[in-house]
Every structure is written in structure tokens, then in C-alpha cells.
Design a protein around this ligand. Structure first.
Ligand code: PRP
Ligand code: URA
Length: 208
């Protein structure tokens, strides 16, 4: 299904500021929210449309609207929430799933601690969001969890990806397109993206 790198100048400019060591927690959160609206625009660019009959103050017309059931945004906790808010600004009627996973710092394997999704995810488009795709273990497992519950139409949206993560993710879920603002150079021995931006959750919430 492929990988789309969102090269929009505003996305790239904001990402550069987010990468900077000296960017504050408040600044990082604000920039991530702003960037997420731009990324949301790209990931929803080809949504199916239909038309509906409406009446303007001037005349009746047939006008375009989104087709199908409401979207689901699935946030991989906790850092996924940094993308979620801006996306909900653009698509306020979207349903939301929360997937609680954290990366064990020794094994780099995801540990599940929460899952809550709308019941009827089977026929909906689900956009899974997490700022970082590093080893891809978290994203792969989050999508396994959704697929086990019947989801078939899934996209994955992140801010930064490592080439190793892209490779593993597309091998594990070849049916899930990936959208990212950048693909960095490599992963370091601790599984951090290089040059990256550090730990996204810590930078968003000031926990380190
Ligand atoms: C970070 C990030 C991803 C994951 C990416 O979360 O938000 O979920 O790591 O790494 P991976 O591709 O190697 O799995 P973390 O586990 O630090 O949890 P947090 O969001 O609660 O900080
Ligand atoms: N998770 C992060 O938050 N940052 C990385 O660089 C890798 C995983």
C-alpha cells in the first residue's frame, strides 16, 4: 500500500522546531497539534465522497459530502494523543479508540495496558496515530489488536519514522498505508530514532 512522506513546507518547518532540544513542553505540544491537522488533511485526502441535495439561500443544489460511516481515530497511548486533538479539530464527528501500549525499555516489545474502541469498527476506516514509528513493535501490535476485532480498513499516521520500522511495519501489515512527515536515518542501540526528536511522550508531557 506504500508510504507517503508529507513534504508540505509547514509540516517540515514545524517538525524542525519540534526536533530542537530547547523547544519547551508547551511549544512541542502546540506544534504537534498544529502539525497533526496538516497530516490529517493528507491522510484523508482520498476519502470517498457522495452528494446530497441541499438548498442554499439562492437555489437547490447537489453538494459533496463524505460517504460511509464515521471515521475512527485510534490513538496509541500516550503520545498518540498529541496527534489526536488536532485531528479531532478537523473531523469532530470522528469516533475515537484508545490503545494503551508502552515499550519495555529492555526488550523494546510493547506491553498492553488498555484497549477501548467503538464496537462497530468492522466497516469503518480506522486511522491509527502515534508520533513515532521506531522498531514498529507498538504500531504492529496496535494494528494486530484492531484486526483481531475485525478491522479491515486501516491507515497508520505518524510524525517520524525509522527506515527499520517502515520495513518491519510494511512486511507485517502490507495492507496498511503509512503516512509520515519524515523518515530519519536509523535506530540507535536503545531503539531511538536518529536524529529524531527524543522521546515523544516525555517531550509532550514533560516527564523527563
Ligand atoms: C513511544 C512512541 C511509540 C513507540 C514507538 O511510546 O509513542 O508508541 O514508543 O516505538 P516502537 O516503534 O519501537 O514500538 P512509549 O512506549 O515510549 O510510550 P508513551 O507514548 O507512553 O511515552
Ligand atoms: N519512541 C520515541 O518516543 N522516540 C523514539 O525515538 C523511539 C521511540
Amino acid at each position: 500500500m506504500g508510504v507517503t512522506v508529507v513534504t508540505h513546507p509547514l509540516v517540515q518547518h514545524k517538525l524542525t522546531i519540534m526536533r530542537k532540544r530547547e523547544t519547551s513542553t508547551a511549544g512541542f505540544r502546540r506544534l504537534l497539534r498544529e502539525t497533526s491537522t496538516l497530516l490529517c488533511y493528507e491522510v484523508t485526502r482520498d476519502l470517498e465522497m457522495t452528494t446530497t441535495e441541499i438548498e442554499t439561500p439562492i437555489m437547490k443544489m447537489s453538494s459533496p459530502v463524505l460517504e460511509g460511516k464515521k471515521l475512527v481515530f485510534a490513538s496509541i497511548l500516550r503520545a498518540g494523543n498529541g496527534l489526536l486533538e488536532g485531528m479531532l479539530d478537523l473531523v469532530p464527528a470522528a469516533r475515537v479508540a484508545h490503545i494503551g501500549l508502552y515499550r519495555d525499555h529492555e526488550t523494546l516489545m510493547p506491553v498492553e495496558y488498555y484497549f477501548k474502541a467503538p464496537e462497530d469498527i468492522v466497516n469503518r476506516l480506522i486511522i491509527v496515530v502515534d508520533p513515532m514509528l521506531a522498531t514498529a513493535n507498538s504500531a504492529i501490535e496496535a494494528i494486530n489488536m484492531l484486526k483481531r476485532r475485525g478491522a479491515t480498513n486501516i491507515r497508520f499516521l505518524c510524525l517520524l519514522a525509522a527506515p527499520e520500522g517502515i520495513k518491519r511495519f510494511t512486511e507485517a501489515h502490507p495492507d496498511v498505508p503509512v503516512y509520515t512527515a519524515a523518515i530519519d536515518d536509523h535506530l540507535d542501540e536503545n531503539g531511538y530514532i536518529v536524529p529524531g526528536l527524543g522521546d515523544a511522550g516525555d517531550r509532550m508531557y514533560g516527564t523527563k
